[in-house]
Ligand binder design. Structure first.
Ligand code: AMP
Length: 341
């Protein structure tokens, strides 16, 4: 029987619980300082302790994983702590999903290209000298909105940029990604694409709970102005959401278009979980600005299934369990090569 392995962070509990529910073995690559947390959960059968997550690339750690017949499930921490270069070049352990598409998530230029190919038009990108309206400035890396800031003029941008460069957080002006700010309500669609069934499933929807954007409305306007509170987008959790039913058809079309574009541009295309992120504006249109080409932490809301998974499955179907189910089906049908790279 295969072992489902993952890094101990992000959505590891959900992934391993789902694997166990599907009768697969489970293995956690765990930071020594977090061992106390994960020890509490008896669905974790085996643990490899590390000081740093990038140790997973070391030959003896990989051998241990291979000896256990592991399939590694990627999540945000694999991208931020190990990085796409090592995942592409040095990871010998089979990875669930398309390892080549992770680069398209991490690189903003590739990301925009794939979105456009899918007919998903992101808000316009501006150069510093073009800032003449409210813009959001993003920093490199999958850091969950850390360090983002809002500006409405070149001067304002300069003063933020200088501070960030001085702090060493950002090296050059090219590292800033300036995007028109889009006023709307944020929505995150959680999809699963099954290459075995050739079908997109919408398994959940959420929004993020971010500081300080989601806390600033809790104080009266006069304090908001006087305190000059910087807006930050650091994710501290996720909130479940259901969509107006009349918008659901478009949500499916968006996911399907993304899968088609991924097949053409990043063979073998999207495999398993992915997420499209954006806002709905007041004219009812969806403006996309990001995708994640792997499981997102917002799926942790639905360990017991979501309103949308319930429409497809008559059993609790988390994203983690859905991944394990696909692996099990792949094993039974002798088609594992369609879902791992
Ligand atoms: P991201 O890192 O792109 O997932 O975004 C982090 C936060 O910034 C989320 O709350 C988004 O809603 C917000 N955000 C990102 N891009 C835009 C945009 N162009 N307009 C408005 N909000 C945005």
């Amino acid at each position: 029987m295969k072992t489902i392995a993952t890094l101990g962070s992000h959505c590891a509990l959900q992934l391993l619980k789902g694997a166990k529910d599907e009768g697969l073995h489970t293995l956690l690559i765990c930071l020594k300082k977090r061992a106390n947390l994960y020890r509490r959960f008896n669905f974790i059968e085996k643990t490899i302790l590390v000081e740093r997550f990038d140790e997973v690339i070391q030959a003896e750690k990989q051998e241990e994983l291979l000896k256990e017949d592991s399939i590694l499930i990627p999540h945000g921490t694999l991208i931020s702590e190990v990085g796409v270069d090592l995942v592409e070049r040095a990871l010998k352990v089979p990875l669930f999903g398309n390892r080549w598409i992770l680069r398209w998530e991490a690189d903003r230029r590739l990301k925009e290209r794939l979105m456009r190919e899918a007919g998903l038009e992101p808000p316009p990108q501006l150069k510093p000298e073009e800032i003449d309206r409210l813009c959001i400035v993003k920093l490199p890396g999958a850091a969950g909105g850390r360090g983002y800031f809002l500006v409405s003029s070149r001067e304002e941008f300069n003063s933020f940029a200088e501070k960030l460069k001085a702090s060493g957080l950002v090296k050059s002006e090219e590292d800033f990604y300036i995007q028109e700010y889009c006023v709307g309500v944020p929505i995150y669609f959680q999809y699963f694409y099954s290459p075995l069934e050739e079908k997109v499933e919408l398994l959940g929807i959420d929004r993020r709970y971010e500081t300080s954007v989601d806390s600033i409305g809790r104080i009266p306007a006069k304090y908001q102005i006087n305190l000059n509170i910087p807006l930050t987008y650091i994710v501290v959790g996720n909130i479940p959401l259901v969509l107006r039913e009349s918008l659901l058809d478009e949500a499916y079309e968006i996911g399907e278009a993304f899968v088609e574009a991924s097949k053409k541009n990043v063979p073998p295309g999207m495999i398993g979980p992915f997420c499209i992120e954006g806002v709905y504006t007041d004219n009812g249109s969806f403006v996309p600005f990001e995708f994640s080409a792997r499981i997102v932490a917002g799926t942790n809301l639905y360990i017991d299934g979501s309103p949308y998974s319930k429409l497809i499955y008559d059993e609790p179907m988390s994203m983690g369990r859905r991944i394990a189910r696909e692996i099990k089906n792949g094993l039974e049908r002798g088609a594992l090569d369609k879902i791992i790279t």
